[in-house]
Write a protein that binds this ligand. Structure first.
Ligand code: G3P
Ligand code: CA
Length: 242
């Protein structure tokens, strides 16, 4: 059965990358939550997609120019709907708590940008210490960051995100010893042999970000392992009804 991965939580119906969106995804029956992590100016891991605060919080400016205390004072829900006023930019510890409360929900954790191994350990260590290693995949678009994650915790499963899939993708995946190769939906639909080639190389495939039945259907036919979607409730229902 194709697994349902909630992209930034249930981001169709709740503000992306908030605890409300993650709780909604868990209630919707998602197999995993996808989220994005970045570092504040004072080096703390927070859950947010953009490198600026403007689009999804009440603040503005660069995240890496803002301290954790300043970020935590912001509202991360009102931009989406007044019903979500008071949602905060989560810290990783809150995500760990949520995963411990929802034992059937796994985590696909995207590390944005370029990280050193010391920085990467700020993500891998709390997940490992909480006993979540078997439920987590850490992924990045950056091969350097994936290498840093490997150095920080070689035993944690890793994924490489692929925007455009070049001819050397299997070599890059092998060099990084990743478990997953996670391509853009466009790449999968344009090249119907891609999923099979990745599977033949021993890689699992989570495709992103597909939000309608036509795309889900095509992805399932191609045999993807996971579909990353903003609409985990709809996808779970559609898969169950097939
Ligand atoms: O996990 C895949 C997907 O989240 C990557 O794109 O921009 O939504 O982080 P983006
Ligand atoms: Ca992401």
């Amino acid at each position: 059965m194709t697994r349902v991965v909630a992209h930034r939580g249930s981001s169709w119906v709740a503000p992306q990358n908030t605890l409300a969106a993650f709780e909604s995804a868990a209630r919707a029956g998602a197999d995993a939550i996808e989220l994005d992590v970045q570092l504040t100016a004072d080096g703390h891991v927070v859950v947010i997609h953009d490198d600026t605060l403007d689009a999804t919080t009440s603040g503005s400016g660069r995240l890496d120019g803002t301290t954790l205390a300043e970020v935590r004072a912001l509202d991360a829900g009102s931009w989406f709907s007044p019903a979500y006023a008071g949602q905060r930019v989560p810290v990783l510890e809150e995500v760990v708590d949520l995963l411990l409360r929802h034992p059937s929900v796994d985590l696909l954790c995207e590390v944005k940008g370029e990280w050193t191994p010391e920085e990467a350990a700020r993500v891998t260590r709390p997940l490992r210490d909480a006993g979540l290693a078997s439920r987590v995949v850490v992924q990045s678009f950056s091969p350097r960051t994936v290498a840093a994650l490997r150095e920080a915790d070689p035993g944690l499963r890793r994924g490489l995100l692929l925007e455009d899939v070049g001819g050397d993708v299997l070599d890059v995946c092998a060099a990084l010893d990743v478990r997953m190769a996670n391509p853009h939906g466009r790449a999968v639909l344009r090249d119907p042999g891609l999923v099979a080639r990745l599977h033949d190389a021993g890689l699992q495939v989570a495709v992103w970000t597909l939000n309608d039945v036509a795309h889900w259907s095509a992805a399932v036919e191609l045999g993807v392992d996971e579909i990353i979607t903003d609409r985990p409730d709809r996808l779970a229902g559609w898969l169950a009804a097939r």
